[in-house]
Design a protein around this ligand. Structure first.
Ligand code: 5AD
Ligand code: FES
Length: 353
């Protein structure tokens, strides 16, 4: 099949006919099966600290929100979560927190990575989602055992980026970070928020082309959900943002084909079956929350985050049911690396030999 043109993608973002949309989603799911297989891979996410030096206008844990009690889990607590993930047969975990660049933090992460790798005999895949860092820090963490990194660009439009962030946050720095991560050897993931105030359908089309031009391996994107204690807070059309979220997954799948695409938790805030619908529209990754229940309420980037009162095992059986209901199989115990990344690595090796 030929790549979708800008005009075709634009038309899909305005499509409201449920039957036509179903057809698009079916095609995207078939495309996922063809290029990355029929399995859905779980990455257990540990949201281990809400301390953050950033002040993004949309985010509930921005540094200027005085209402959030701040926490950081201990190395021991993080390690316990990682071991629980392995026991539950998750192939990989994601370590996510607010952004900090101080040496104490950098060294803490380095230590945590080494300990997890040792404790799991290198078997557990580790993705980091710790924001913008120097090339040296990214390299240290790579050396300590992380092999994938998620850093959302939030929007590929520099003008819109400016409207969503304070003046000292830079779109160019963020894009440069993505390029640095690739150079170091990470599988690189990025993504955007969908249905942001001031965002147009044209912006979303350009976001997909950005993923393609930057040769992104993994995509994690989800609908914007307002948080009441942020400057951006604005009424959004929930149903519309949900529809846009699914169309975005489907069009990204049809355009990029062999990348990993996550069905974001925020989808489930807008629709009780949000994540399984994401899989049916072409996503192949789910990130079950494995953060200890007591900490979850302090890590709310947006309002009405689901699963606040559940624990890791409850989330596992809940998601298992949801994914099976969506007609997909779960890739337990496997890394489920990005096929896009593996193919690129293979052709690089072949060109060198
Ligand atoms: N709605 C949806 N997603 C959000 N994020 C932050 N705030 C919100 C919000 N209000 C997302 C950002 C960030 C990721 C960790 O969480 O895209 O990169
Ligand atoms: Fe946590 Fe369903 S995924 S309860």
């Amino acid at each position: 099949m030929q790549d979708l043109t800008r005009e075709e993608m634009l038309a899909w973002f305005s499509e409201k006919d449920p039957q036509k949309l179903e057809g698009l989603f079916r095609e995207a799911r078939a495309c996922a099966i063809r290029h990355v297989g029929s399995k859905v891979y779980f990455r257990g996410i540990i949201e281990f600290s809400n301390l953050c030096a950033k002040d993004c206008y949309y985010c509930g844990i921005r540094k200027s929100n005085p209402n959030v009690p701040r926490f950081t889990m201990s190395e021991h607590e993080i390690l316990e979560c990682a071991m629980a993930a392995q026991e539950m047969d998750y192939g990989s975990i994601v370590l996510q927190s607010g952004e900090r660049q101080d040496e104490v933090f950098v060294r803490f992460i380095e230590g945590v990575l080494r300990k997890i790798k040792n404790a799991t005999s290198g078997k557990l895949g580790i993705t980091l989602s710790l924001g913008e860092q120097t090339a040296e820090t990214y390299a240290r963490w790579f050396g300590a055992g992380a092999h994938r990194y998620l850093l959302r660009i939030e929007t590929s439009d520099p003008v819109l980026y400016k409207r969503l962030h304070p003046p000292d946050h830079s779109f160019e720095t963020r894009r440069e970070c993505l390029r640095t991560l690739r150079r170091i050897g990470y599988q690189v993931g990025t993504g955007v928020m969908i249905g942001l105030p001031f965002q147009t359908h044209e912006n979303l089309v350009e976001d997909i082309l950005f993923f393609k031009n930057e040769e992104i391996d993994m995509i994690g994107m989800g609908p914007y959900v307002p948080h009441g204690e942020t400057p951006l807070v604005q009424e959004v059309d929930t149903g519309e943002n949900f529809r846009l979220g699914l169309v975005m997954i489907a069009l990204s799948r049809l355009t990029l084909k062999n990348v990993n695409i996550a069905a974001a938790t925020a989808l489930q805030t807008l629709d009780p079956s949000g994540r399984e619908k994401g899989v049916q529209a072409g996503a192949n990754i789910i990130m079950p929350n494995i953060t200890p229940t007591d900490y979850r309420k302090f890590y709310q980037l947006y309002d009405n985050k689901p699963c606040l009162d559940e624990n890791a095992r409850q989330c596992k059986s809940c998601l298992e049911k949801r994914i099976r209901a969506a007609g997909a199989e779960i890739g337990y115990g496997e890394w489920g690396d990005s096929v896009h990344f593996l193919k690129k690595q293979k052709s690089l090796k072949e060109s060198k030999s």
